[in-house]
Design a protein around this ligand. Structure first.
Ligand SMILES: *Cc1c(COP(=O)(O)O)cnc(C)c1O
Length: 407
């Protein structure tokens, strides 16, 4: 018999759900099964996936699986406690050392996910009265980190160091962190890291780079976008990387000076108040690093596949975005077009998800297509043919099916 005038959060959620469905913006969790190579089974259909971040094809590598099993046999599955309360094992210590060595940093600190590494590092470094300046297209976890930190958050025009300089200038007295993706997760382009490093040096700001999509893929031995730009620890004092993408496992880290890492151990709440990642996962990741670093043929192959894809798209008149990485988005007119093209590709045997607002800005719906060493040249050729047909059909269908402003 409640007659409270209070809004009901669950009812509100249901109402919003209907509105999202109407605007073709509903997100749906699909259960998938991996197949051989780049194959994936989605809703009972066997498709060739162009959606994975497993760029080097390591997630199912027998050496990683073996390392995981061996470590689990001897140490069990769970770490049993947080790093500071007895959960930090030899495997974690070995992985932190390997990550520091690989990225050319003094030390590294493990986090359970990239999301947690970003919120922990940002809130551990800046707070009320401070400033965080971020690229407009930064990953959500970098934005959320600044929000949680309670500092002023200023966003700059994508990949525009001049715009970043103006935003830094709004709070000239405040301690400032400038955070950017190294490789942008939905666009595939690389941040102007050298310009940003110069700017930060000139303005006394601290540069933080999230290299989730650069680590393993760019730079000598796959050390990432920061290594490719030849920026040392002094230039990029806060380097964050994830283990769930090119390394094929799970988890994340922040690397930098001993002072940074010692400080984060005291201040990063998402490090302190959470269970350490399973040690067997850390063992498997050590194996992944060795393969990622020293099997350079994987990166060479990825580079060839990217060139093959871009050349093939060009010769078929398919417009792409300006990316030289494994992330090759295909821009579409709106959400409905992105969904329609994605559905046609599924009918043709390919899994290429549509990405819609709010993951990307309004009006920038797209297919987020990724390449990996698990693809063959023939996979790429067949995809390009199917894509050309699907886009051609879409161009003949009626535009503006959405209410004005929905996309
Ligand atoms: C995936 C991703 C993250 C989050 O990493 P998880 O380990 O998946 O939580 C953070 N930043 C960027 C740029 C990413 O692409």
């Amino acid at each position: 018999m409640t007659t409270s005038p209070r809004p009901d959060p669950l009812q509100r959620l249901a109402d919003e759900q209907a509105r999202r469905a109407q605007a073709q913006l509903l997100r749906r969790v699909r259960t998938t099964e991996p197949g051989e190579g780049a194959a994936i089974v989605v809703d009972g259909r066997r498709l060739t996936s162009f959606a994975s971040n497993d760029y080097l094809g390591l997630s199912r590598h027998p050496a990683l699986v073996e390392a995981l099993i061996r470590a689990a046999r001897s140490d069990g599955v769970g770490a049993g406690a947080a790093h500071l309360l007895g959960g930090h094992r030899d495997e974690h210590a070995r992985l932190e050392e390997a990550l520091a060595r690989w990225t050319g940093r003094e030390r590294a600190l493990l986090f359970s996910t990239g999301y947690m590494a970003n919120i922990g590092a940002i809130a551990g470094l800046v707070g009320a009265g401070d400033l965080c300046v971020e690229d407009k297209l930064n990953h959500a976890s970098l934005i959320d980190g600044a929000r949680l930190a309670g500092c002023a958050l200023k966003r700059y025009v994508h990949a525009d160091a001049g715009s970043a300089a103006r935003q830094l200038g709004t709070h000239p007295e405040a301690a400032a962190l400038l955070a950017t993706d190294g490789v942008f997760s939905m666009d595939g382009d690389v941040a102007p890291l050298r310009d940003l490093a110069t700017l930060c040096r000139a303005q006394g700001a601290t540069l933080m780079v999230d290299d989730a999509h650069g680590l393993g893929v760019l730079g000598a031995e796959g050390a990432g976008s920061v290594a490719e730009a030849a920026l040392a620890q002094d230039d990029v004092p806060v380097l964050m990387g994830t283990l769930g993408k090119a390394l094929g496992t799970f988890g994340a880290f922040v690397a930098g000076s001993a002072a940074l890492i010692d400080g984060l151990v005291q201040t990063a709440r998402s490090f302190i108040y959470t269970t350490a990642m399973p040690p067997a996962l850390a063992a498997a990741t050590c194996t992944a690093i060795d393969i990622a670093r020293f099997e350079g043929w994987r990166r060479d192959r990825l580079v060839r596949l990217i060139a093959h894809f871009r050349h093939g798209a060009d010769s078929r008149g398919i417009a792409l975005m300006d990316s030289r990485t494994a992330i090759q988005p295909v821009p579409l007119r709106d959400s409905a077009a992105a969904l329609a093209v994605s559905a046609r590709l599924a009918d043709a045997g390919f899994h290429v998800p549509a990405v819609r607002p709010p993951t990307v800005p309004r009006g920038q719906s797209r297919l987020r297509l990724t390449l990996s060493v698990s693809h063959t040249e023939s996979d790429v050729e067949r995809l390009l043919d199917a894509l050309a047909v699907a886009l051609e059909r879409e161009s003949h269908s009626s535009p503006n099916r959405l209410p004005e402003g929905e996309d």
